[in-house]
Design a protein around this ligand. Structure first.
Ligand SMILES: C[S@@+](CC[C@H](N)C(=O)[O-])C[C@H]1O[C@@H](n2cnc3c(N)ncnc32)[C@H](O)[C@@H]1O
Length: 613
């Protein structure tokens, strides 16, 4: 089995091959032919319209890099691990996105992220050396103090305006993450990104490049403060949320639920058999003087006998027959006194369940509420400048997802997104699931959070999720709530290094490979790694099959058996009973090459694929 994350280049070449099989020759792309096929669409001009920054091609290289890293389950940091479908991942998000590529490709309905805004004061990870090799990058991202927490001083650098590459480093940080995030979205998926004026214009151009300009949905303006700050020429009291579809033609967003006030407009003063109604226009939306004869006629008020024409020489919305039908059914309203101009009775049952969302959001809570929410669950923290209130995130989730969709946030912070999903599921009786990624960024020792016992931000996020679950569980109707916690870590298996060529080193490597698993690797961790590398989701149900004191694992939904322990005749017999499509076995469980090739042949005969680790 390939121990690497998805090979993005190979994946894209496959996609190209599907569309243009004729431009491939002996599995290589014939660019001359591709040009001919594309004809006029090839841009041969030197100057083209595009977003450029220092380091763009290196950050493009980051997209193509694969990883052998995995996710290690942390039961002690989870709630109801075995039943839970929500996922919290502690770790660097670029690495986490790479790990998730195979298992979650096209499976996420909605992504919300709140990345560092690049204010000149924030610190975020970026390769400060643009020629940095993958190994150096990995070493740096793996830097940890004696407690295993990533050291901000070593790893994170403040991106100051004076740095000379102020916007470039931010764009280089965002580009590969957005690219890999897009792969995870389903065809009808949508991404929302919080941003302010520091990088709004760059982010929009970057998203146009990654998602395609045609997939831009809207830029939402969120009113975040009630009063503007005094420190600027104009006090900015709003942020933006950019929304892009994976594919605008497949994207359907939900409607906004009507407010209490809007619902109260529907009444039934005349006890109409069709139920509550409100009055609406019966005039068509045309400019005066251009009426159509079939839609321009008098409506006679049955109460007064008075004839009413459409005003401004316009049209009614319906023809004569339909209007007569509406009159017969008492579906036209002539005012409270019955003597006014005609209006249409719009019945609640006939109108859509909601209204289209506007682009200016002043109906959701302000930033100040977010701080209060964190305090409610965790005590005084004050570690984020702008945590987001759950009221805002819930509204985005209602708009962009439903039922049992997966929602991803890979700049998790204090885990507002997780709280929003959990609460919304309870409020709406839905079963949405979250995947939240957050780095174990260490916390300043002088901070309130540190004094309250927190060492890093991932800990804060997990604790908040736990507290929200505790609170929701107190509700009598509560379902079993929980989350699985994981940590980004090195592979449990020895990885073949192709970058060494010294004889002794190669011999050492060969010796190491007599056993594929690293010593001390835990069985459960290896099974989870195999799940991920076989492209199966983290919530796949794993059954343990026990026979004569031996055991193997069975992934029911995928009909795959995994042998980690032992491979003997009892297990072999049971596998034949099950008839799986694939069996994954540790190489070291075979005593000889002969045993291995015999097993392979036997399995092949009955249609079972054998994969070795
Ligand atoms: C603006 S905060 C998000 C706040 C969040 N929306 C909330 O309401 O709490 C951004 C978070 O992203 C995290 N972060 C930044 N770079 C990261 C990376 N490369 N991998 C994982 N997390 C990262 C930071 O530690 C920070 O907690």
């Amino acid at each position: 089995m390939d121990g690497n994350s998805l090979n993005i280049t190979a994946e894209r070449i496959l996609q190209l091959k599907e569309i243009f099989p004729e431009v491939f020759t002996e599995d290589k792309i014939d660019f001359k032919r591709l040009r001919e096929v594309l004809g006029d669409q090839v841009n041969t001009q030197k100057e083209i319209y595009e977003l450029c920054w220092a380091g763009k091609s290196e950050s493009r290289g980051d997209i193509q890099k694969q990883t052998t890293a995995t996710l290690i389950p942390e039961r002690e940091n989870s709630v109801e691990f075995d039943k839970a479908e929500n996922i919290f991942i502690e770790g660097e998000n670029l690495e986490a996105l790479r790990i998730l590529q195979k298992s979650y490709f096209g499976k996420v309905k909605m992504i919300y992220i709140d990345p560092p805004y690049n204010t000149g004061n924030d610190s975020f990870i970026y390769p400060d050396n643009f020629n940095e090799s993958q190994n150096d990058y990995k070493k740096r991202t793996g830097l940890a103090n004696e407690n295993g927490f990533l050291e901000k001083e070593n790893l994170w650098q403040k991106n100051t305006r004076e740095s000379g590459r102020f916007h470039s480093v931010w764009l280089s940080m965002m580009y590969p993450r957005l690219f890999l995030a897009r792969n995870l979205l389903s065809e009808n998926g949508v991404i929302f990104i919080s941003i302010d004026d520091n990088e709004q214009e760059n982010l929009k151009l970057l998203l146009n490049e990654v998602f395609g300009e045609e997939n831009f949905i809207v830029q939402i303006i969120w009113k975040k403060r009630s009063t503007p700050p005094n420190d600027k020429i104009i006090g900015t009291n709003h942020d933006y949320i950019l929304a892009y579809a994976k594919n605008i033609s497949s994207c359907r967003l939900n409607l906004k639920q009507r407010t209490e006030e809007q619902l109260n407009r529907y009444q039934n003063p005349d006890n109409h058999p069709k139920g509550n109604w409100t009055s609406g226009d019966i005039m068509a939306n045309v400019k005066g003087g251009r009426y159509t004869a079939s839609l321009h006629f008098p409506i006679r008020n049955p109460n007064t006998g008075e004839d009413h024409y459409p005003s401004n020489n316009g049209n009614w919305r319906f023809n004569k027959d339909k209007i007569q039908q509406l009159l017969d059914n008492n579906e036209i309203y002539f005012g409270d006194n019955g003597k006014g101009r005609p209006k249409l009775k719009r019945f609640f049952d006939d109108v859509k369940v909601g209204v289209t969302y506007p682009s200016i959001w002043d109906f959701v809570p302000l930033n100040s509420e977010a701080t209060a929410e964190i305090e409610e669950h965790l005590g005084n923290m004050n570690i984020f400048d702008t945590p987001k209130p759950s009221g805002l995130i819930k509204e985005l989730i209602k708009l962009g997802s439903s039922e049992d969709d997966i929602v991803l946030d890979f700049f998790g912070g204090s885990c507002t997104t997780a709280q929003s999903i959990l609460e919304l599921n309870t409020e709406e009786n839905s079963n949405r699931k979250f995947i939240v990624v957050q780095l174990a960024e260490s916390i300043n020792e002088s901070s309130e959070a540190y004094k309250n016992g927190y060492n890093n931000i991932a800990e804060i996020g997990r604790r908040r999720i736990g507290k929200v679950i505790e609170k929701l569980n107190l509700q009598p109707s509560s379902k079993i709530l929980g989350f699985k916690s994981y940590k980004v870590d090195q592979s449990n298996f020895n990885i073949w290094r192709s970058d060494i060529n010294g004889k002794d080193e190669i011999l050492d490597q060969l010796k190491l490979f007599l056993k594929s698993e690293k010593s001390g690797s835990k069985e459960e961790n290896m099974v989870v790694e195999l799940l991920l590398k076989a492209g199966k989701s983290l919530t796949t149900k794993i059954e343990t099959v026990e026979i004569d004191n031996f055991k193997f694992y069975y992934l029911v939904a995928h009909n795959i058996c995994i042998c980690m322990h032992e491979f003997n005749s009892a297990i072999r017999g049971r596998i034949y009973d099950i008839q799986p499509s694939q069996v994954i076995i540790l190489n070291s469980l075979f005593e000889s090459d002969e045993e291995l090739s015999n097993t392979k042949l036997e399995f092949e005969e009955v249609g079972i694929k054998l994969s070795l680790i």
